[in-house]
Design a protein around this ligand. Structure first.
Ligand SMILES: [Zn+2]
Length: 236
């Protein structure tokens, strides 16, 4: 089993940066292929998610084994010719344009991928590979590794000393001294973070400034995510 958090970029992927487990990347490539074949863009709203608990909590595995927590799921809207199909429109399968119907049918016919519109209750913006369902033991092995990559937690609730978390645009916004340190470096380099300045909240202006910084420094991928390379280039 290989487990490692990676960023994914695909020709048809737009919206938020995609973070995924290395073993989910081939499935993302497949989703990208299906979208390309049908002339669709996949507008990402969420991918790998940090487990929503404060740092100082008892070590308990989460009750809900979401595939987002191990980087094996995406939430998306579908863009076709500039028109965005959100959870509402995607819920009415029969009214969808043929291209989206075929795309969803491609997902359904794939041996592993699942469309959340088939769940009960339906989750029409969700696609995953069902790893939580098919192999909960592998899910449990991946969980602390992906969460560690994502948040600097070695186990749920325990932060590693030398493992800074990735900083990126999330909902709700990431907040902390580590965000503030990045913002101060960006401002020091002449980037404009708007009226709020270095407020310790990783908002859209900070994300945009990170992307411009990455472009300037030729740090690939230009994704607005602060990982080791970007952190080092900022002098942190
Ligand atoms: Zn989802």
């Amino acid at each position: 089993m290989a487990t490692e958090l990676k960023t994914f970029t695909g020709s048809q992927f737009i919206g938020k940066p995609v973070l995924a487990d290395i073993e989910f990347i081939p499935h993302l490539e497949k989703i990208n292929d299906f979208a390309a074949t049908n002339g669709l863009k996949i507008y990402i709203t969420s991918s790998a998610r940090p487990w929503g608990v404060p740092v100082v909590t008892p070590v308990v595995p989460p009750a809900k084994m979401s595939n987002h927590l191990i980087g094996h799921a995406i939430d998306m809207n579908i863009d076709i010719g500039g028109k965005l199909f959100t959870s509402h429109e995607l819920g009415d399968f029969n009214s969808l344009p043929p291209a989206i119907k075929v795309f969803i049918t491609d997902i359904r016919n794939h041996p592993v991928l699942r469309w959340g519109g088939d769940f009960s209750p339906p989750d029409t913006v969700h696609i995953d590979d069902g790893l939580n369902f098919h192999n909960s033991n592998i899910w449990k092995q991946k969980f602390p590794i992906i969460q560690s990559d994502l948040t600097g937690l070695t186990q749920p609730g325990i932060r590693a000393v030398n493992s800074p978390r990735l900083l990126l645009l999330t909902t709700p916004l990431m907040e902390g001294d580590d965000v503030k340190a990045v913002q101060e470096k960006l401002i020091g380099q002449g980037f404009n973070l708007g009226i709020t300045g270095a407020d310790g909240l990783f908002g859209p202006a900070t994300s945009k400034a990170v992307m411009k910084f990455q472009e300037q420094e030729d740090l690939q991928p230009i994704d607005g995510i602060v990982g080791d390379k970007t952190r080092e280039a900022l002098g942190l």
